[in-house]
Design a protein around this ligand. Structure first.
Ligand code: COA
Length: 321
């Protein structure tokens, strides 16, 4: 048994915030942001929530795959910004789309969340436990940004992406690599609520994302090419066999560096970060959906995917479309 991606979907909030819009509320500029990151605008939530965007992305993916909600028996959301501590975003999505036969749960692997969800679904599907998975990456990062910290808040956006995966005789997912390095976790972190027990001395400070941008950059440009090379080799392929590299959309300079290290043309690295920014777990599935809907993905093509970020975590996959 193999695992095949049979449909994709995505959903971005209606409100677009350009770099110039940000320059009106903080000391930054379109020039600084776009030259260092490639980001020109991002979508930020007003009314939308992590769950509402996920449910819409899920509906679009199911329609694209030609499956009904009742056929879904596994529903996983990769997120670090769910609306509730409990119930899980996946359970809320299950209720909204009517996936009554699914087991639903969230996982947190930050920007590698969708890729981790894909590998978890693959393990379930390959062992025959479940047959049709709906996997998502979804984030409302704008609510955990420190809007007084211009070095991080300009980088991120909100949105959700989804894919339907199915157990099939012919394998679509050819190889996988995953890893974590908790020792370096502090370079990209966001604490949860503080202790609010009235019997103890407590901090009432709100917690936001903190990032050591240069350390994260160094991690990404080393770990990602290594993980991709390992995965491509495990698939029995060479870098030249890969038609597209659908990577987490953190920063154009990271993508350019990965392309250079792999000795591959940057043309093989499609981007969505220019209009989406970094949407953590949602970046890879949104990019994949954009590629799918533009007709870029043809049967038999080999696509290498990779997610990397907080944890630290990373995961790569090679799929035959
Ligand atoms: N607008 C204008 N100036 C800004 C700014 C902003 N939004 N943010 C920071 N600056 C300033 C800094 O204050 C600093 O000023 P100083 O030299 O007077 O102190 C200057 O720009 C340079 O900052 P620095 O942090 O050295 O820039 P950099 O070249 O390292 O680029 C990042 C910063 C964040 C773009 C870069 O480190 C990066 O891309 N890292 C990876 C981050 C990432 O992708 N994270 C997510 C991974 S999942």
């Amino acid at each position: 048994m193999g695992t095949r991606i049979i449909g994709t979907g995505s959903c971005l909030p209606a409100t677009i915030v350009t770099n110039d819009d940000l320059a009106k509320i903080m000391d930054t500029s379109d020039e600084w942001i776009s030259t260092r990151t490639g980001i020109r605008e991002r979508h930020l939530v007003k009314e939308e929530t992590t769950t509402s965007m996920s449910a819409e992305a899920a509906r679009r993916a199911m329609e694209n795959a030609g499956v009904t909600a009742e056929e879904i028996d596994l529903l996983i959301v990769g997120t670090l910004s769910a609306d509730c501590v409990t119930p899980a975003c996946a359970c809320e999505v299950q209720a909204q789309i009517g996936a009554v036969n699914a087991v639903a749960f969230d996982i947190n692997a930050a920007c590698a969340g969708f890729m981790f969800a894909l590998n978890i679904a693959n393990a379930y599907l390959q062992t025959g436990i479940y047959k049709t998975g709906l996997i998502l990456g979804a984030e409302t990062l704008s609510k955990i940004m420190d809007w007084n910290d211009r070095s991080t808040c300009v980088l991120f956006g909100d949105g959700a992406g989804a894919a339907v995966v199915r157990a099939e005789e012919q394998a679509g997912l050819l190889a996988f690599d995953q890893g974590s390095d908790g020792v370096k976790g502090k370079v990209l972190a966001c604490r949860n609520r503080s202790n609010n027990n009235p019997l103890m001395e407590t901090s009432k400070e709100l917690e936001y994302v903190h990032m050591d941008g240069q350390e994260v950059y160094k991690f990404a440009v080393t770990a990602v090419p290594h993980s991709l090379q390992k995965t491509i080799q495990a698939a029995g392929l060479t870098v030249e066999d890969i038609d597209y590299f659908a990577l987490h959309q953190a920063n154009i300079r990271i993508l350019q560096s990965v392309a250079k290290r792999l000795k591959v043309s940057e043309d093989k690295f499609p981007i969505s970060l220019d209009h989406c920014g970094n949407i953590s777990a949602a970046s890879v599935p949104i990019l994949l959906d954009e590629m799918n809907r533009k007709g870029m993905l043809k049967a038999g093509m080999k696509i290498a995917m990779s997610g990397f970020g907080g944890g630290l975590t990373w995961a790569s996959a090679v799929v035959e479309w």
